[in-house]
Design a protein around this ligand. Structure first.
Ligand SMILES: *Cc1c(COP(=O)(O)O)cnc(C)c1O
Length: 388
């Protein structure tokens, strides 16, 4: 039989850091321990019924059974524009400044193909969602990470990057509210980032998937597009996944600078054919009528967050109380690396959390707890952790 060697781009992927955790999890489960996984970044709550009803209705319309347009129905893009206006007071031209995505991951993964030539420098604020460096690498980019440190509220220190590096940089990836650190961006930070990008001709790719998962009406996360001049340099990725518990539906959007949106559209035109129109119809309904439901989700996440924070305080594990995202990012106790602590927790309590170094070197010394199990289970997990 012939042997098929994987392409170099796959052979050079970073090693899968969660393999050891997966192995240990299987081992602990085999001993009959009831495993509680706080490692999953996928909302456990179901999609609200009115969105499912909208899908049902739209799925019965034969008009929706044909190829959609890869950019998205104009009505979907207009609903996105209206939502951005209402939520962020950002004006977007539905025809030129918005493209639909088969989930934001799809857009993020394809974006570097539109703008990165082999050898181009891509900067990624890290710890990070793995798609940014991997997709940039697939496009031939040279990826460097910019550390997110607790003393800077997990915002990259832009002044510490040399002018020479800024000049070489093609894309700068940021993500706020951040996965995994749960940090949020400030208007000052975005203003400084936009100024740097303009001065050095850098594209800002901002991932805003978690702006709607916040805990306090007075601390709503912002969009980079609220920053004056951001539209000259930025594209923002957003998604219905985390907002409306629609991760499986694959419905997202990229918005912002028209030429960046068009570049991404050119890639998409050649690789996919857009989102099932019935899903777009349901997405429109979600964007227009979803807010009361999202308010309820926020209450649930807040109860979970508070329950975790209280438990961590009891055992002297330090963490910043997050304002947004579905994660708590906590420091591993003295004397443990991320992996050591996560293994200990799993072996002694059956609770699975994610080691921080799985999101890049700067995540070492931390672990991530996802608030994506029901409150009862979370309480059980927390009570086990408290006894550690
Ligand atoms: C979950 C998540 C997304 C959203 O992905 P979709 O493809 O839209 O479901 C994007 N970015 C980050 C950092 C995430 O954690």
């Amino acid at each position: 039989m012939p042997e098929f060697k994987l392409a170099d781009r796959l052979a050079t992927l970073p090693p899968y850091l969660f393999a050891e955790i997966d192995r240990l999890k299987a081992e602990v489960a085999a001993q009959g321990v009831d495993i509680i996984s706080l490692g999953i970044g996928d909302p456990d709550l179901p999609t609200p019924d009115f969105i499912i009803e909208a899908l049902h209705k739209a799925a019965k319309n034969p008009v929706n059974h044909q190829y959609p347009s890869y950019v998205g129905m104009l009505t979907f893009r207009q609903a996105v524009a209206d939502w951005y206006k209402e939520r962020f007071n950002v004006e977007l031209d539905a025809a030129n400044e918005i493209v639909s995505l088969i989930g934001s991951k799809e857009g993020i993964a394809h974006f570097p193909l539109a703008f990165v030539n082999p050898g181009d420098l891509v900067l990624v604020a890290s710890p990070n969602y793995p798609v940014y460096p991997v997709a940039s690498g697939f496009a031939g980019g040279e990826v460097e990470t910019v550390p997110l440190l607790e003393e800077n509220d997990f915002l990259p220190e832009l002044e510490s990057i040399s002018d020479e590096k800024w000049d070489k940089c093609k894309i700068f990836f940021v993500n706020y509210p951040n996965n995994p650190t749960s940090a949020t961006a400030t208007p000052e930070f975005y203003a400084q980032l936009v100024a740097k990008a303009k001065k050095h001709n850098v594209i800002i790719a901002a991932d805003a998937a978690y702006t709607e998962v916040y805990y306090d009406e007075g601390k709503k996360p912002i969009s980079i597009l609220e920053t004056p001049g951001a539209k000259d340099v930025a594209i923002e990725f957003h998604s219905l996944s985390k907002t409306y518990n629609m991760t499986g539906w694959r419905c997202g959007m990229a918005v912002g600078n028209a030429s960046l949106v068009a570049g991404l559209g050119k890639i998409k035109e050649n690789v996919d054919s857009g989102i099932f129109q019935a899903v777009q119809e349901a997405g429109i309904v979600a964007l227009k009528e979803g807010e009361p439901y999202v308010k309820e989700f926020r209450k649930i996440y807040k109860e979970r967050r508070d329950c975790v924070i209280e438990a961590l305080e009891k055992i002297n594990i330090s963490c910043k109380v997050p304002d947004a995202s579905i994660f708590v990012w906590a420091k591993t106790p003295e004397g443990y690396t991320s992996s050591e602590f996560v293994s200990k927790l799993l072996k002694e309590t059956g609770v699975v959390v994610t080691p921080g170094n799985g999101f890049g070197e700067s995540g070492e010394g931390y672990f991530r707890i996802s608030l994506t199990v029901d409150t009862e289970r979370l309480k059980e997990a927390v009570s086990r952790i408290s006894k550690l």
